[in-house]
Write a protein that binds this ligand. Structure first.
Ligand SMILES: Nc1nc2c(c(=O)[nH]1)N[C@H]1C(S)=C(S)[C@@H](COP(=O)(O)O)O[C@H]1N2
Ligand SMILES: [Mo]
Length: 237
């Protein structure tokens, strides 16, 4: 994994603009899965145990470029590829944050690029070594400034897919919002303009076409497209 030093001063003027843009979006109101669910069920009983086993902050060893398996990443989409115009696309970050954001691809590409070669593992019985390039999610979190209550993170996708994660895995240094795959710009069927990539979670946690990242203090009843059909929530590798 490689990353340029993160120059925060560069973001200060833009941060002000983004705050205003984010606030504007919030006033028109976003429907929310998590907000409407009262009482929040208790934390999944297995989370603490799994966090210990998987050590979410520990770096995962990466592969050399030569290990990439370009033909092995199978397109796996529950409802086809949604049409997204990259020029008008925005990534919204809201919920339990002090500084809600609405970021264009141009904004995101100003943030230092991180590249990694990792294994993608699908529960359906296949895996592929892939290079991903993009923005560390923790760098976006550093700008959005999660509040002290933020413990879980929902990812909403343009195809109706949704996922929720523990915040430790979100903050893992190898959890990226990726816009490159195997050295090329990400293509629509693989999640363009922006998707999750991480060596700490199984394939179904790695949402494609992410349009909104919402931080919350509690998990709602809905936890993820596959989780709500019976798959495991933590899904660590
Ligand atoms: N939005 C969205 N993200 C998704 C899915 C999906 O159907 N919709 N499928 C998941 C599953 S099960 C896997 S294994 C990976 C597959 O990623 P790929 O299609 O780039 O190989 O995407 C995950 N992310
Ligand atoms: Mo999968």
């Amino acid at each position: 994994m490689s990353q340029e030093p993160f120059d925060d001063t560069d973001l200060v003027p833009r941060r002000r603009f983004l705050t205003l843009a984010g606030a504007g979006l919030l006033t028109i109101g976003f429907g929310s899965l998590a907000e409407g669910l009262v009482g929040g069920l208790s934390e999944p009983f297995n989370q603490q145990v799994e966090s210990l086993i998987f050590k979410p902050q520990q770096p995962v060893p990466e592969f050399p470029i030569s290990a990439i398996e370009p033909d092995k990443l199978i397109i796996n989409s529950f409802r086809g590829t949604p049409a997204i115009a990259p020029e008008t696309y925005r990534l919204v970050i809201d919920g339990e944050v002090n500084n809600p954001l609405s970021l264009s691809m141009t904004d995101l590409q100003k943030i230092p690029l991180t590249s990694m070669v990792i294994r993608h593992v699908c529960v359906e019985g296949w895996a592929a070594i892939v290079q991903w390039g993009g923005v560390r999610l923790r760098d976006l979190m550093a700008i959005a400034q999660p509040s002290a209550q933020a413990k879980y993170v929902y990812f909403y996708s343009a195809d109706g897919y949704y996922e929720s994660w523990d915040i430790d895995s979100v903050m893992h240094p190898q959890t990226l919002m990726a816009y490159q795959k195997n050295g090329q710009p990400l293509t629509p069927e693989y999640g363009a303009p922006l998707r999750l990539a991480s060596p700490v979670k199984l394939g179904y946690k790695l949402s494609k076409w992410v349009t909104r990242i919402q931080l919350t203090s509690v998990l709602g009843q809905k936890r993820g497209y596959w989780e709500d059909l019976g798959y495991e929530w933590y899904a660590g590798i």
